[in-house]
Design a protein around this ligand. Structure first.
Ligand code: D5M
Ligand code: FE
Ligand code: ZN
Length: 488
């Protein structure tokens, strides 16, 4: 007799309802004897027929794995009136934060203020740390920078004879903070070395529990291009109700799920959006989002941040989703609302430090793809991982002032990447999932659940690939990408 038949007989005898849905949920590795020892022998026979709780079919070991989630950094300040002088304080703070990171390098220990470097004699060595105020290429092909710190501005020459400097020069952008060591000329430093705040090599962590974490973004619920069937299949898979046996086994181990923004399409986000909306009310858009997300197993911890389509201010950091608009989502016990960006620690259990996840929607990518040749010529929007690497080197999520809108916090700059994460996860681009590793930080660019828009087509996006989901195993660090599209 098959294992499933034994189960059906047993449930029937004890007056439990056997539904087709229940039968579909029986795990591929189901053994009746195990089930009987675990659950069956303690089951109370029913007087009237009742539905059997299908979660009991799963191995208790997996279901009972403890999970832990802590929001490490969230930007939960109340909005306040912004004045021009706040930007001055904001940039001073950013300078101090990034300078402190750069000062961890022995080569920059004896750095001086720009004011002092300007007074040095020709040929004297000097190290300085400053914002890039200007970048240009001289007639003879050298890169000329102008660096600024709170004491002044100075020119810095990157000679075209120095190949390493020329390579680094390709990645430089306005307003990032760098360190230079070199020799002084008259009101100029001839650079010998250029230092970015960059990250150091990280420990490649693995945990002892066989658990999975899953990343998604950009459903754009409410848009006529949202893919409800695909998203529905994803939810069914999470509930072990969809996919091959192997895929369902993978779903069973999912304990954490992250959404990296643009959950809904929003209202009034761009001119003429109304015509492309099937749901024109923001609350109804979030309500439909709730209808999907509320179906997910409650033992999965779900983290949500907003994006530029969510009903939030565009200045970064963006606050958590609006409590009135997304009221129903807030009612879910397993949902954690976080800001964009935020840092979340998962699975810090039994002496293990857990994994830090930097979650960022990715709005600043638009500026960098369009303005940095180095990024555009190396895959542009197809390579969210290169953009993440680019930002990690600068230790900032949007260094260039005109790259996006910023809330000028007067206490510290929350967009500085102070703590180096284990995972850096973004959405926004809607291209195929990208996975990469930079100094052992796992970089993941999510796909979407929205078909290509007219705007994306006009902007020349060729690789819009919705409905793909990366599944990361935290024990092995193996990553599988699942495809929930219809054609799959
Ligand atoms: O927009 C995200 C999508 O739109 C993504 O595919 C990039 C594309 N996009 C957004 N701005 C630009 C610019 N400036 N150039 C090229 N492509 C762009 P979202 O509306 O957030 O879903
Ligand atoms: Fe989007
Ligand atoms: Zn977006």
């Amino acid at each position: 007799m098959s294992e499933v038949k034994k189960l059906v007989g047993f449930l029937f005898e004890n007056n439990y309802l056997v539904t087709p849905d229940l039968l579909k949920s029986v795990p591929s590795d189901f053994y009746f004897d195990d089930f009987y020892q675990r659950v069956g022998k303690d089951l109370v026979p029913q007087k009237v027929k009742v539905v059997f709780d299908k979660s009991l079919l799963f191995d208790k070991e997996v279901l009972n794995i403890k999970t832990k989630l802590k929001v490490v950094e969230n930007y939960d300040k109340e909005p306040c009136k912004v004045e021009v002088k706040d930007f001055v304080t904001y940039y001073k703070n950013r300078y101090t934060q990034l300078k402190n990171i750069l000062l961890q390098r022995p080569e920059l220990q004896d750095c001086v203020s720009i004011n002092r470097a300007l007074r040095k004699n020709p040929d004297e060595p000097a190290s300085i740390i400053g914002f890039i105020y200007d970048i240009s290429v001289t007639k003879s092909g050298h890169v000329m920078l102008e660096l600024e710190d709170p004491t002044g501005k100075i020119k810095v020459l990157l000679s075209n004879k120095n190949k390493d400097l020329m390579e680094l020069g390709k990645e430089l952008i306005h307003d990032e903070v760098i360190g230079i060591s070199g020799n002084c000329g008259k009101e100029i430093v001839f650079a010998r070395e250029l230092y970015m705040p960059d990250i150091t090599l990280q420990e490649y962590k693995k945990c002892k529990d066989d658990v999975n974490v899953v990343f998604a973004a950009d459903m754009h619920i409410g848009s006529d291009l949202f893919l409800p069937e695909d998203f529905g299949r994803f939810i069914d898979w999470l509930n072990c109700d969809y996919g091959t046996e192997e895929q369902r086994a993978m779903a069973k181990k999912v304990k954490y799920l992250f959404f990296a923004g643009d959950l809904v399409d929003g209202v009034g986000i761009y001119p003429g959006q109304d015509a492309e909306l099937v749901i024109k009310d923001i609350v109804e858009q979030y309500d439909l989002c709730y209808d999907f997300i509320s179906k997910i197993r409650k033992d999965i911890k779900i983290v949500i941040c907003g994006g530029n389509h969510d009903a939030l201010r565009l200045s970064e950091p963006q606050p958590c989703l609006n409590r009135d608009f997304a009221k129903k989502l807030y009612s879910l016990p397993n949902v954690y609302m976080v800001t964009n960006p935020s840092l979340i620690n998962i699975h810090a259990i039994e002496g293990f430090a857990g994994f830090d996840i930097l979650l960022y929607h990715g709005m600043s990518f638009d500026y960098y793809v369009n303005n940095v040749d180095f990024l555009r010529n190396n895959g542009g929007y197809d390579r969210a991982d290169l953009m993440m690497e680019f930002l990690l080197k600068k230790r900032h999520l949007g260094p260039t002032h005109i790259a996006g809108l910023t809330m000028p916090d007067t206490e510290y700059d929350p967009l500085v990447i102070e703590k180096i994460p284990d995972f850096f996860v973004t959405g926004h681009v809607h291209h195929d999932v990208v996975i990469s590793n930079y100094k052992n930080v796992c970089l993941i660019g999510c796909s979407s659940f929205q078909n290509m828009s007219g705007f994306q087509e006009k902007m020349g996006h060729e690789n819009i690939v919705p409905s793909k989901i990366p599944v990361v195993n935290l024990k092995t660090r193996k990553i599988n990408v699942l495809d929930f599209s219809e054609t799959n």
